[in-house]
Design a protein around this ligand. Structure first.
Ligand code: SF4
Ligand code: FES
Length: 256
């Protein structure tokens, strides 16, 4: 029995839900079209399971990214019924009888179907010098810098980011201004700024119109974040730091 026939027979045995999936090949298609697929509706299936079912049983040409299936790798982010979501953590049963519309993450160029370009996002992460900076010393690999639980707690929340890009997709500023450093990159900078072992200075990167001052505090980034990183809080906290440092710089003895 062929896979398509097998899938059709399975569909008659179990309830199904319709996925309306955006299909697009830049350079070949004039615009995205939505293709409908019926997939089994079971309590334990996430949207990603539905897409995998389509890929394996119905249409092998569908393209999408995923890796861990457990909310760790951050690669399965898509727009599900208009909201940026991790598709491995979004269950089909959440949408009643459907249909469920699945599109690529908004705000990013599409490579194909549900796969978006991530280079700009990765460049922004690297831009904030996301490593421990020590003044006047090389950091030998064998060196240990002890840290108390309280010191760990100061930045731990920001270290939980899985680079899923949902916050960028939700952010109206990033959609309008691609130069905006964006929520996850600023949260990442704060992850290091607040680390007791770090002595780095990222003020020149963050205290700019493309940095924290680009944020209009809509807060959608925090609402979209599946890991409760709260990038909006990271940005607002750094605005205070930047303002204090700017005032200090005006004083006769200058900054630090
Ligand atoms: S801050 Fe949250 S939403 Fe943004 S990339 Fe990190 S985990 Fe994803
Ligand atoms: S597949 Fe890894 S987070 Fe969804």
């Amino acid at each position: 029995m062929g896979k398509t026939q097998e899938a059709a027979e399975q569909a008659t045995r179990t309830p199904t839900i319709r996925l309306e999936v955006a299909r697009y090949r830049p350079g070949e298609d004039a615009e995205p079209v939505y293709q409908g697929y019926d997939v089994p509706l079971t309590d334990d299936w996430a949207v990603l399971d539905g897409l995998t079912y389509i890929k394996d049983r119905l249409d092998g040409t569908l393209s999408f990214r995923w890796s861990c299936r457990m909310g760790i790798c951050g690669s399965c982010g898509m727009t599900v019924n208009g909201e940026p979501r991790l598709t491995c953590g979004t269950f089909l049963t959440e949408f009643g009888e459907g249909p469920i519309r699945i599109e690529p993450l908004k705000g990013f160029p599409v490579i194909r179907d549900l796969v978006v370009e991530i280079d700009d996002f990765l460049d922004k992460l690297a831009h904030v010098r996301p490593w421990l900076i020590r003044e006047g010393e090389e950091l030998p690999l064998t060196t240990e810098y002890a840290q108390t639980p309280r010191q760990l707690e100061a930045y731990k929340q920001y270290s939980m980011c899985i680079n899923c890009m949902l916050c960028y997709s939700a952010c109206p500023v990033y959609v309008l201004n691609p130069d905006f450093l964006g929520p996850a990159a600023i949260a990442l900078a704060q992850r290091y700024n607040l680390d007791s072992r770090d002595q780095g200075d990222r003020l020149d990167l963050l205290n700019t119109d493309e940095g924290v001052w680009g944020c209009t505090f809509v807060g959608e980034c925090t609402s979209a974040c599946p890991k409760h990183v709260d990038p909006a809080e990271a940005i607002q906290r750094y605005k205070v730091t930047a303002a204090v440092e700017s005032v200090k710089a005006l004083l006769p003895w200058g900054r630090r």
